[in-house]
Design a protein around this ligand. Structure first.
Ligand code: 9MR
Length: 547
């Protein structure tokens, strides 16, 4: 068959909107109708195909079908036929079931457990992906650029991605996103009820990273930037990496310190009723970090490294906004706290809002939405709360406009490195705005984004490992390629389509020259097939808010 069907390979929730696309090949046939066929061969639903138009980034002409009106659980296939009833395209079997997105939520949350560094993952929990403790990182030397004697204990935390680095900047945006999910799942805040065990697992997993964060704070309040191997590791296990080379600690910078402060203030909110002493420790650490950043407002990231990513960001306004907004919520009203007065914070926040307009989503580089979201979720100042809510509704509207104009229903202007993370982040913004401004268009567009991530995309790939038949088998992930297990660790989102193709010198086989075909399931493709915690985190947060 000359036609290609694009649909969610995991499946659809019974009450969800259910759309799919068909891309025409060179055939002159025209898709006229579709049928939904059960496993016993019975046609349970049929509908007309409509024209969607030409996709600007693949050149495909697309038709769309919609079976949202069908909501009976079961296993089905889509069959697209022409006017004469001749089949043109057939999907694989997929499911309609309530539990699917909840399963994906648990799967991707668990991927953070598999990213744990420095500890044993025992078989009773990690199953066939069990591994011994390695990269203890409890006696690290400082990078020579720091000109500092002695050693440092930076044990624990998550590996960032497919490499063995641990970065505060990217850890910060990831943990901040997961804290948001945890905050909204607290009884009475979010609109979706998840099992208590889910929130408990989330809080335990996030705490693992937060304990590492606390170890990354220097005695003067500043926070180190990263822990990394001296050179990039090959595709070896953590234990083998320890035999091959040393690791080091680097930093400090204004971005890492403020990322830390924003996250720690947020952690106070989320853990205060669960682990009160830990929550107080987090708040104290946040205040010390913020004070350091006020005295050191433009300390750049470490430039002189090998063996790790840069996360280079020299704009600090957005991180200041994030931290101040989080601290503002946590400080007792009207009172000065550890040298920080509420009035000073308020004045600075007014300027932050002017300088840092709300964005369509969060990223490691642009963190202002944490500020806007914190203000939208606070009740100390109703004027500021209303302003923040309106700002986020405004960007939600823009996301919906983008989705409606896009052939695949997503909101990107361009496919960048980690496009799946950008998509999930835009979906998350929609679901947040939906909390205070419920709108079925927001939910529909957010679902469309999830459909894209799980298979309704130009490369017919479910971008999450272990989720569907088309999931990546060869992610750019050192553990997956060194653990002797054929199946990759499940629940990892790969970066996805990336029109910049920075890995061409490794000779990946992209399926076509158009930007929308810039993805390949090959280990060498670090630009499209790596996973990273900052792409997994918004997927967890988005799924946790889906109704
Ligand atoms: O996600 C990062 C992307 O935005 C940058 O363009 C890219 C190049 O600097 O780096 C990505 O982050 C990588 C990090 O530098 C090192 N660990 C793996 C990360 C994901 O590929």
């Amino acid at each position: 068959m000359d036609f290609s069907l694009h649909y969610n390979h995991v499946g659809y929730a019974p009450a969800a909107s259910k759309e799919f696309l068909v891309a025409g090949g060179s055939s002159v046939a025209v898709p006229a109708c579709f049928q939904l066929v059960s496993v016993s061969g019975e046609v349970v639903f049929s509908g007309a195909m409509g024209e969607r138009g030409t996709c600007s980034y693949t050149g495909e002409f697309l038709w769309q079908g919609d079976f949202s009106a069908f909501s009976i659980p079961g296993h089905f296939r889509i069959v697209v036929v022409d006017d004469a009833g001749t089949p043109l395209a057939r999907s694989r079997e997929f499911e309609i079931a309530e539990r699917l997105m909840g399963e994906q939520l648990a799967l991707t949350l668990e991927s953070f457990y598999f990213q744990r560094s420095g500890v044993e993952l025992p078989a009773d929990r990690a199953r066939k992906w069990a591994r011994p403790a390695a990269h203890l990182d409890n006696c690290l030397e400082f990078h020579p650029s720091m000109n500092r004697a002695g050693t440092w204990n930076a044990h624990g935390g998550w590996y960032d991605a497919g490499d063995y680095g641990k970065y505060i900047v990217n850890g910060g945006v990831s943990v901040g996103t997961l804290l948001l999910a945890a905050e909204l799942l607290e009884v009475g805040r979010g609109r979706v009820v998840r099992p208590v065990s889910f929130r408990t697992n989330l809080l335990e997993e996030v705490r693992f990273e937060l304990e590492f964060f606390l170890r990354m704070q220097d005695t003067d309040g500043g926070v180190f930037f990263k822990v990394s191997p001296i050179r990039w590791d090959g595709f070896v296990s953590p234990a083998q990496s320890d035999l091959n080379q040393k690791r080091q600690i680097l930093g400090k910078s204004t971005t890492s310190t403020l990322n830390f402060a924003g996250v720690m203030a947020h952690a106070h909110r989320v853990y205060r009723n669960v682990y009160p002493a830990f929550a107080e420790q987090c708040l104290g650490a946040a205040i010390r970090a913020y004070s350091w950043a006020i005295k050191n407002p433009d300390v750049t990231y470490p430039h002189n490294t090998e063996g790790s990513g840069g996360y280079g960001d020299e704009r600090y306004d957005d991180e200041f906004f994030w931290t101040r907004a989080m601290l503002f919520r946590e400080l007792p009203q009207g009172a000065a706290h550890a040298g920080l007065s509420e009035t000073e914070l308020l004045q600075a926040l007014q300027q932050d809002m002017e300088r840092c307009p709300a964005q369509m989503g969060l990223s490691w580089r642009d963190t202002e939405n944490f500020g806007w979201i914190a203000l939208a979720l606070q009740d100390n100042d109703s004027i500021m709360q209303a302003k923040a809510r309106a700002a986020l509704v405004c960007v939600a509207e823009s996301i919906v406009e983008h989705c409606n104009a896009d052939a695949y229903g997503i909101s990107l202007d361009k496919f960048v490195w980690g496009s799946n993370g950008v998509i999930a982040n835009h979906g998350l913004t929609l679901m947040l705005a939906n909390l205070w401004n419920p709108d079925t268009r927001y939910v529909k567009s957010a679902r469309g984004m999830l459909d894209f991530i799980y298979g309704k995309n130009p490369v017919n790939t479910c971008f999450v490992t272990g989720a569907a038949w088309s999931s990546p088998k060869f992610p750019h992930h050192r553990i997956c390629h060194s653990d002797g297990v054929e199946d990759p660790i499940p629940g990892l989102v790969v970066g996805g389509i990336n029109a910049d193709r920075q890995d061409m010198h490794r000779f990946p086989h992209y399926p076509g020259p158009q930007p929308g075909f810039s993805y390949t399931d090959e280990r060498c493709s670090f630009a499209s097939n790596e996973t990273a915690i900052n792409w997994n985190a918004p997927l967890v947060a988005l799924l946790s808010l889906m109704e």
